[in-house]
Design a protein around this ligand. Structure first.
Ligand code: GCU
Length: 376
């Protein structure tokens, strides 16, 4: 595969990502980075609910199950009910799980009419589809099937669990305090933290369902949901692998690399996503990635997606790899870009795909090769 070289500014520097080395053991440094990231960007991650109940019912369509998750808070006896879908592979035994949030949830993956639309969900408006009020609508059915190719994933032996991000926390600055997780947990925090909390609750729920290998859990997310997947993985050791696709600013892309979206631009366009307070001087997104060490992290980018800074995201992953026990050898940035190949180590992986901002079956093929193990 041959790719055009990026415009010069894709490699803009200087690029001083601080070393992750330090006198304290890695776990202590990770705890400090988590606190700093929470204070500098995301706001606190809410605690688990006092109670969580799960009910599974068959869906008929594409042999999926509908999972209803009901949570109760310790204080104020509040409840929050959210749904998800689960697809299981045919293989016998407990299946490894890939979980994540989708922009339209199960209804966006399934093309038929069976999965009920969550009327309380508030998603980002999609004017191109006529969605101006942030509600789930029939027109969204099947529109995310290419982003979650469940047949491919189950054929490769994985169970897949997906929920709609807007069911958990509205992707709308005017609604975030009113619906979903924020009033439920009683905490004013950023939506990325609330979506990371949602991913954690999907894992709580999966653990209750049976037939799933909770020792082999990967979480995946695209774009803003890739940011949430990384933040969830940074905070939850149940997540054995995180697949962060085109996660960009406040995801894998470091603020110190002057390409693409800045945190200030993101905060202006999406003020509800983060809760910045104080920033530690050397802190950047390689710290976020390194919070997941020694578990698996995969960063995927697309060549034309300069808004999400593919080169910077790669360099952050390379810098973060210092936190893993085994030294990895990484192609230089220009070699990586020119070859556009996948780089795979035991616990870390990367690819740069031709094309733009999307999550595609091709990305999944490479994710699955990584999860299946072995070096590229
Ligand atoms: C916008 C935003 C990005 C985000 C993306 C998405 O482009 O600026 O930060 O990743 O939306 O979630 O699709």
């Amino acid at each position: 595969m041959s790719l055009a070289l990026p415009p010069e500014d894709a490699f803009a520097g200087p690029f001083p990502l601080a070393s992750l080395d330090g006198p304290e053991p890695l776990e202590e440094r990770q705890e400090r980075w988590r606190k700093e990231l929470s204070a500098a960007i995301y706001g606190p991650l809410p605690p688990a609910p006092a109670e969580l109940e799960v009910e599974a019912s068959p869906l008929g369509e594409a042999s999926a199950e509908r999972i209803e998750i009901t949570m109760r808070s310790a204080i104020g006896a509040r409840t929050l009910t959210v749904d998800a879908a689960l697809w299981r592979p045919e293989s016998r035994g407990d299946a490894p799980l890939i979980a994540g949030l989708g922009f339209a949830g199960p209804a966006g993956i399934l093309s038929g009419p069976d999965f009920p639309l969550d009327r309380r969900a508030r998603i980002h408006c999609r004017p191109e589809l006529g969605i101006l009020n942030g509600r789930l609508h029939d027109v969204l059915r099947g529109t995310e099937a290419h982003r979650w190719p469940v047949e491919m994933l189950t054929a490769r032996g994985y169970a897949v669990m997906v929920s709609c991000y807007g069911s958990w926390a509205p992707d709308d600055p005017d609604e975030i305090l009113r619906h979903g997780a924020c009033p439920f947990v009683g905490l004013d925090t950023g939506a990325i933290s609330l979506w990371a909390w949602a991913i954690q609750r999907l894992l709580d729920s999966a653990g209750r369902l049976g037939g799933l290998d909770m020792g082999q859990v990967a979480v995946a997310g695209h774009s803003r949901l890739g940011k949430a997947a990384l933040w969830a993985a940074a905070n939850d050791t149940r997540i054995g692998a995180v697949l962060a696709n085109n996660s960009g600013c406040a995801g894998a892309a470091p603020a110190g690399h002057a390409v693409g979206e800045t945190l200030a631009q993101m905060a202006a366009a999406f003020p509800h996503w983060i809760r910045p307070q104080r920033r530690a001087a050397a802190l950047d997104q390689h710290h976020l990635i390194a919070c997941a060490a020694p578990r698996k992290v995969y960063v995927a980018s697309a060549e034309q997606d300069l808004w999400a800074d593919p080169a910077g995201s790669y360099l952050a992953l390379v810098a973060a790899s210092e936190a893993w026990p085994r030294t990895c050898s990484w192609p230089g940035i220009e070699e990586m870009w020119a070859g556009a190949h996948q780089t795979r180590h035991a616990a870390l992986g990367h690819h740069l795909r031709p094309g733009g901002h999307e999550l595609l079956p091709h990305d999944w093929q490479l994710f699955l090769d990584f999860l299946d193990g072995g070096h590229a």
